[in-house]
Design a binder for this molecule. Structure first.
Ligand code: C2O
Ligand code: CU
Ligand code: CU
Length: 516
């Protein structure tokens, strides 16, 4: 969408009753929760709590292997999900499933994924948390056009006056091969759609999956593994009368007009909680330690996750992999796109106990997430060591920048600018360390591509309780100032950073940085 269209759109949205009048946005915490956004209610009775078993996304088998590389193929296509009894809910999925298949990668082995687009709209694949060269990083205008056809740019009117955005874009037709070098630590990554202006709508439809990297350092630790290492993708959705996904897009075909209807410009919150695509599922667990890889794949919802009856969530990892040492939490606050790797010891519960994973930031049904049904105690040889990994401090910064994330009367902005693919918010030297001061007006989960960072401070205090380790998303709260530091090792080129509230991202809160 051009800057002009975007501005007009947002002005229309804002004047339609959700103003930012006198700097007091009405969409701030619209549901009494601690999320920025407005609740979209389902038009039919919600699924029953704890009625369906948790499922774990299938692990994708490579189609080829060489001494250095694993090759995969993924077909992006519509599929059917079982969310309500006797209803087939149409989703868009990687291989037609939501969540998409899990890629299990290994540090030092290159991963090459050929994605084919059998959906009716263009897509873009981004490996979130990946240390990926620009051509495979899923730049928002590097579209994979549908195999079924799409009006190409060259057929668009006004080629002579082609915008900088379209000139820099690198679309491909029907398929694209993404190469992930995987020279990075073991970590819980995820891949998701990143199409310019339509990321929120595409992810809501189901385009998200896990990409887990393992390495020797992690394997040497006595942590729970195998079927006691469970990725949990938590997301919220809403459904129409017939049980189909509901999203307030201005253009439900997602072909031309981006954006959501007026009340939802601050974020779309669903009333149904899905874990690995299943509504409020239950999982049978043994009385033993489990490693749970929590991912908040919601568009805008923040959660405060807690076990009830209470139990410890021992955090061993963050967005960028293992922490230096474990951190024990009673509850975990998780913003969109963040990952928390936790160990829970179910042997502390009497066999037969039902342990709910609850959300203190929810309201009504969204206060519940899933249930663990604890079975008999079994012998446990796993444990959580006091030292998990070594995390090197970064060099002294070569530069300090300030980035202000703000909703204005005309849109979501960074330093007052709505996203423009031809502008650079920062040009950084390859390999140099920088400090970025991030400032907000309201909740913004800020994410940088290419790098992982360390949180140095929040206001006058040190890092918060959820900031340990290597991060690629920071959960910034209203009127907060935080400093992060990172080293820009990576291939030269153009990358984005943005708010991971996907409605904010789609409506302007994104910027470019260039590594030179
Ligand atoms: Cu998950 Cu550009 O992000
Ligand atoms: Cu990312
Ligand atoms: Cu935001």
């Amino acid at each position: 969408m051009s800057g002009m269209t975007r501005r007009v759109l947002l002005r229309t949205a804002l004047s339609a009753g959700v103003g930012l009048a006198a700097g007091a946005p009405l969409w701030l915490g619209g549901t009494g929760s601690s999320s920025t956004g407005v609740l979209l209610r389902s038009q039919r009775p919600l699924p029953t709590l704890y009625e369906v078993p948790l499922t774990v996304p299938p692990v994708l088998a490579p189609v080829g292997r060489t001494p250095s590389t694993d090759y995969y193929e993924i077909l992006q296509r519509p599929g059917a999900a079982a969310i309500f009894p006797r209803v087939r809910t149409t989703i868009w999925g990687y291989n037609g499933v939501f969540p998409g298949p899990t890629i299990r990668a290994r540090r030092g082995r290159r991963v090459v994924v050929r994605h084919r687009n059998h959906l009716p709209v263009p897509t873009v694949v981004h490996l979130h948390g990946g240390h990926t060269p620009p051509a495979s990083d899923g730049y928002p205008t590097d579209l994979v056009l549908p195999a079924s056809g799409w009006p190409t740019m060259t057929s668009m009117p006004g080629m002579a006056g082609m915008s900088e955005r379209d000139r820099l874009a690198a679309p491909t037709r029907a398929e694209r091969v993404y190469t992930f070098p995987t020279q990075q630590r073991a970590a819980t990554l995820w891949y998701h759609d990143h199409r310019m202006d339509f990321t929120g709508a595409s992810v809501w439809r189901g385009l998200a999956g896990f990409h887990l990297i393992g390495d020797d350092e992690e394997e040497e630790l006595p942590l729970p593994t195998g079927d006691r290492d469970i990725p949990l993708m938590i997301s919220d959705r809403a459904f129409d009368r017939s049980g189909q996904l509901l999203y307030p897009n201005l253009d439900p075909t997602m072909r031309t007009t981006p954006g959501v209807s007026a009340p939802y410009v601050g974020g779309v919150l669903g009333d149904t909680i899905l874990v690995n695509g299943r509504p409020w599922p239950y999982a049978e667990v043994a009385g033993i330690r489990y490693r749970l890889r929590l991912l908040n794949a919601s568009n805008a919802r923040r959660y405060r996750l807690r076990l009830a009856p209470s139990g410890e969530l021992v955090q061993i990892g963050s967005d960028g992999g293992l922490l230096a040492s474990p951190v024990t939490h009673d509850a975990i606050e998780i913003a969109p796109a963040e990952r928390f790797d936790v160990v829970v010891d179910f042997s502390h519960y009497t066999p037969g106990t039902h342990v709910d994973l609850v959300n203190d930031f929810g309201d009504g049904p969204t206060t519940k997430v899933m249930q663990f049904r604890v079975g008999e105690k079994v012998t446990d040889t796993s444990r959580v060591p006091d030292t998990l990994a070594s995390i090197a401090p970064l060099d002294a910064p070569a530069a300090t920048r300030t980035m202000f994330f703000q909703g204005t009367g005309t849109g979501w902005t960074i330093n007052g600018q709505p996203y423009d693919p031809s502008q650079y918010a920062a040009v950084v030297r390859r390999g140099s360390t920088e400090i970025w001061r991030l400032i907000t007006d309201m909740h913004h989960p800020v994410h940088l591509h290419l790098v992982h960072f360390q949180v140095l401070s929040r206001g006058l205090r040190g890092p918060g309780p959820y900031d340990a380790g290597w991060k690629d998303v920071i959960d910034l709260r209203p009127a907060e100032e935080a400093s992060i530091t990172m080293s820009f090792d990576g291939d030269p080129g153009r990358y984005v950073f943005h708010c991971h509230n996907l409605e904010h991202e789609d409506m302007g809160m994104m910027g470019n940085f260039r590594v030179v």
